[in-house]
Ligand binder design. Structure first.
Ligand code: SAH
Length: 250
């Protein structure tokens, strides 16, 4: 297995690949204030194994296009969609969120939880805008500094991992600069990181290492994840995932 296949194997064993929760997806949906009088077209970008797509497909009269770069995640998403009885509402597309095969103004909603960092926040919201109808809604979660002060150890770690990490007010400004009107945001509660993401992932470390013969590569993945989790346990008050709801200008 190469390093990408190992990472996919690592994250495939859990229900979600980033912080979040069904209740928080529903909360964002309420804040989005969608016109539910007609069927909606929604793109879920960086969908992973489907944590948000399954909620959206169950809650709404909508057709979803779920995009992820790794086909094994999409395979799991389709199996989960069958189990939930929503498979006829979800189409999966294997591809990169920075070269999407969509038409202009194709979607009422673009949704992306815990994934835009892969292409960068400003780049993502800029390049996705054309696929939204005028007045369409963007819901995107992004790692965000909470407040203006933070410990140096934490700052250095995240600026290395993701230089675009910034405060909520800066993210709002970036949305405005790219033709969106921010409508709402909220910060995911701790349990979205701990109960819904880190703890289930931690449970799989042993079996993951065993499957891969305790290889150096597999151990490096686990160790990197443990470092990220340790920092959250220590400094979680200083940063979080914020969910931003914004409307594309008419
Ligand atoms: N939305 C899911 C997954 C978040 S993890 C959840 O909240 O659980 C980030 C996801 O982005 C992973 O599934 C990863 O495979 C996907 N990804 C990474 N780079 C990508 C790219 N360039 N284009 C599309 N998907 C990408």
């Amino acid at each position: 297995m190469n390093s990408t296949e190992l990472l996919v194997d690592f994250f495939r064993g859990v229900a979600r690949q980033g912080p979040g929760g069904d209740a928080e997806t529903k909360r964002a949906l309420e804040l989005a204030g969608l016109d539910r009088s007609r069927p909606l077209r929604i793109a879920d970008l960086g969908c992973g194994t489907g944590s948000s797509a399954l909620v959206l497909a169950s809650e709404l009269d909508a057709t979803l296009t779920a995009v992820d770069i790794f086909p094994p995640f999409l395979e799991d998403l389709r199996a989960r969609a069958r189990d939930c009885g929503v498979e006829d509402r979800i189409t999966t597309v294997a591809g990169s969120m920075d070269s999407l095969p969509f038409q202009d103004s194709e979607f009422d909603v673009i949704w992306s939880e815990g994934a835009i960092y892969n292409v960068g926040f400003a780049n993502g919201i800029r390049s996705w805008s054309r696929f939204l109808k005028p007045g369409g809604v963007l819901v995107v979660s992004e790692i965000t500094w909470l407040g203006s002060r933070r410990p140096q150890e934490l700052q250095s770690y995240w600026e290395w991992e993701y230089p675009e990490i910034d405060t909520t007010s800066s993210k709002m400004r970036v949305l405005e600069q790219h033709g969106y009107t921010p409508c709402a945001y909220f910060v995911l509660p701790d349990r979205c990181w701990l109960d819904n993401y880190y703890h289930p992932l931690k449970e799989t470390f042993g079996s993951f290492l065993e499957r891969h013969g305790d290889s150096d590569q597999a151990r490096a993945i686990v160790e990197a994840q443990e470092r990220e989790m340790g920092l959250y346990e220590k400094y979680g008050a200083y940063y979080g995932y914020a969910v931003y709801v914004a409307r594309k200008a008419l």
